[in-house]
Ligand binder design. Structure first.
Ligand code: PLP
Length: 470
């Protein structure tokens, strides 16, 4: 049959719409979208006729096309922003949405969305209230800070702190702390945007207290310490301790600011993770810092937010900065943040209920057991298709916390019998849901640290889709 004739065999849009109208997925989609998708599908068929992939009229019969049309609609009508299973073992995975929320935080978000609220309304006076009031007291109770406010994220927190306290003046920073966090957050550039003037001191690997002191002059507005979140200087290296910096600030009447980056309330080093010794927010406040800021969705395990804590006088100035309105936190975030912070009133509860803290503190024993269970499930279902074994390895905290810190784990190592591990990895990006793992030692590996037991079925399904099809 020649090509021209084949075009005539294509069913009409209306015939197709009619044939698929009773399918559940179609009934749940906007009609104009379905029509567009059917048109797109028919255009693809025309392409395939032209390039002789489709060569006979039989292939174009409606009943033969229908499964393909349905698959096309299914694949192209899914929301773009979707759930993914994180098998990488990186707990705060920047590309996979950082922290996932505690159940109570999720419920608080739903509640805040579904109903009106006292977002900016005082139930004491019946008049206008402050949106910060919902979390300020709680933050102060948990950290010992005098005052605080929350903004959209930590980048905006740093920006508004510098803009408020140091516009047109100098801020002294160690050369070892001029970090780039990724994306476009670089301390020198954020500083430039805020209108503060960067005064670098010391060397990349070593900065002494006297370096800071020598740089202090009439133009100095503040001393800034930045957490070197995503790298670690080892070897011949010195950083000035916050306490020393605070003493220096007091001597010259200068505020000491700290960008903590991740910011943890949970003391990992005091909970059997002695190698994870980064100061907690409580310790930073206690050391006498004027203002500290950190993210809500890194180690804290809450929603994206920038938390600013410190001395009341300084916080009050920041609250009055008109920039505040541009970086303000929304009500869903506020609801999730309050619920997350409430869990920290009891550290055992925080560890149990906040997924980020929970996953980081899983024991080697628990992880080995989780790995074994996942391997057994996969073996039961797919042993003809997969070679499986357990290998000891490491997870990472991620999100710029505890860089280079290896957390011991057990990986489920998978090698498909009929395809390469790269093929498996790529196919798993298109399964429902997509599953992201990592390649180690010629195996595709899943780290049980970041996969919930309740996701094991989905993991098996995704791998089955990838290796068997369907
Ligand atoms: C992550 C990080 C930031 C940026 O915080 P966001 O919440 O992503 O805006 C700033 N400073 C440091 C040191 C960080 O680690």
């Amino acid at each position: 049959m020649n090509t021209k004739n084949l075009f005539k065999h294509l069913p009409s849009v209306d015939a197709i719409l009619n044939a698929i109208s009773s399918e559940k997925i179609v009934a749940n989609l906007p009609r104009p979208l379905v029509r567009d998708l059917v048109n797109d599908f028919l255009n693809l068929c025309r392409e395939e006729i032209r390039s002789q992939i489709i060569t006979n009229g039989e292939q174009l019969k409606l009943e033969n096309l229908k499964p393909k049309i349905m698959a096309y609609i299914r694949a192209h009508s899914r929301p773009h922003f979707r759930r993914v299973i994180n098998g990488t073992g990186v707990v705060i995975h920047t590309n996979l949405g950082r922290s996932i929320l505690a159940e109570s935080a999720i419920e608080a978000v739903v509640h805040a969305c579904r109903h009106y609220s006292n977002l900016e309304f005082s139930l004491k006076t019946g008049k206008r209230g402050s949106r910060y009031s919902h979390v300020e007291e709680l933050l102060c109770r948990l950290t010992g800070a005098e005052a605080g406010l929350v903004v959209n994220n930590n980048a905006s927190a740093v920006l508004i702190i510098l803009d408020t306290l140091a516009k047109g003046k100098e801020v002294i920073v160690s050369r070892g702390q001029l970090v780039e966090i990724g994306g476009s957050f670089r301390i020198p550039e954020v500083m430039a945007k805020s209108g503060a003037i960067l005064r670098e001191v010391g060397a990349t690997n070593r900065t002494h207290l006297r370096d800071y002191e020598k740089a202090i002059g009439p133009e100095t507005a503040a001393l800034l310490k930045v957490h070197t979140s995503n790298y670690r200087i080892i070897g011949f290296h010195k950083e000035v301790q916050l306490k020393e910096l605070v003493a220096l600030g007091q001597k010259y009447g200068l505020p000491v600011l700290e960008d903590m980056g991740s910011g943890n309330l949970f003391d990992f080093s005091a909970s059997g993770y002695s190698f994870m010794h980064e100061p907690t927010v409580q310790q930073v406040i206690k050391a006498g810092v004027s203002v500290v800021s950190f993210s809500g969705d890194k180690l804290l395990g809450g929603p994206q937010a920038g938390i600013i804590l410190g001395q009341k006088e300084v916080i009050d100035k920041i609250k009055k900065n008109p920039m505040n309105r541009a970086v303000r936190i929304d009500k869903m975030t506020l609801a999730a943040l309050e619920a997350t912070l409430r869990l920290y009133l009891d550290m055992d509860l925080a560890r149990e209920k906040i997924p980020t803290v929970n996953m980081i503190t899983l024991s080697e024993q628990e992880l080995k057991q989780k790995a074994r269970r996942l391997k057994n499930r996969l073996a039961r279902r797919l042993k003809d298709h997969l070679e499986l074994k357990l290998i000891p390895n490491h997870s990472r905290v991620g999100g710029g916390a505890f860089p280079e810190q290896d957390l011991p784990t057990t990986l489920v190592a998978i090698r498909p019998r009929q395809m390469s591990i790269e093929d498996l990895k790529n196919r798993l990006l298109h399964t429902e849901p997509p599953l992201v793992g990592r390649l180690e030692d010629d195996y595709f590996c899943l780290d049980p640290r970041t996969i919930a037991l309740s996701e094991y079925n989905l993991v098996c399904e995704a791998i089955e889709q990838a290796v068997v099809g369907g």
